[in-house]
Design a protein around this ligand. Sequence first.
Ligand SMILES: NC(=O)c1ccc[n+]([C@@H]2O[C@H](COP(=O)([O-])OP(=O)(O)OC[C@H]3O[C@@H](n4cnc5c(N)ncnc54)[C@H](O)[C@@H]3O)[C@@H](O)[C@H]2O)c1
Length: 247
Amino acid sequence: MGAFDGKVAVVTGAARGIGRAVAEKLASEGADLVVCDLQSEWLTETTEAVRGLGRKVLPLAVDVGDSEAVNACVAEVLKEFGRIDVMVNNAGITKDTLLVRMSDEDWDAVLRVNLKGTFLFTRAVARPMMKQRGGAIINIASVIGLIGNAGQCNYAASKAGVIALTKSTAKELASRGVRVNAIAPGFISSKMTDALSQEVRDQMLANIPLSCFGTPDDIAKAVVFLASEEAAYVTGQVLSVNGGMVM
Ligand SMILES: NC(=O)c1ccc[n+]([C@@H]2O[C@H](COP(=O)([O-])OP(=O)(O)OC[C@H]3O[C@@H](n4cnc5c(N)ncnc54)[C@H](O)[C@@H]3O)[C@@H](O)[C@H]2O)c1
């Protein structure tokens, strides 16, 4: 028996990285999963892993920035499962460059996926969750949304926006039993961080008191906590999971 038996969770950007780890962790705790990414073929490994854990899984191709696609996805989830208990807004992109070189396209693309995508899924699941009188929405922000970063003004603004969206929706939905929280990961091991030179890695690690990068599983554990009854009295918060890099 798991903490999420009989619950249905939707995870965006679930093909790899943090989203995949989150989907697998929720499944290992008993949840049935709807996993979304830009292309359904990319979801094969996640889908097989969830199925291997004995849970139901529905893989769906959804661009989180596309309002119609998001609404159609939520309608399909309700048709298939009849409820949505956990929504994890994880899909995110970067298009880094210095402010003075940043194109309108790079600004718009990052805000569209990271911020508008989180808004669209939150809006789409809000009604069914309010009707159920319960639900947990977890938005994956970033430490960069708290402290900013040179070369990432679009990404930082999108993640700061996710934090403000989290707090506003937490206030709107609390009376119906729906909790909304954000996680602000620090540096998490990924294909990107694996490719960095030892010198760059050492420089980054010097600023992390726990002296290591985080793993996707570290974020998945925080998601499971915020989605669970253990966090029944937690809403509108930003949980930093960053090895102490920012305190
Ligand atoms: N990796 C880190 O160090 C780190 C740190 C802080 C925050 N984050 C955040 O965590 C989240 C996941 O990061 P990750 O490192 O696993 O990234 P990743 O690039 O490995 O995975 C992101 C996934 O999102 C999908 N995606 C992109 N655009 C999409 C769209 N329009 N619609 C649907 N899916 C889309 C991608 O196909 C991919 O599968 C992101 O929001 C990211 O900003 C990551």
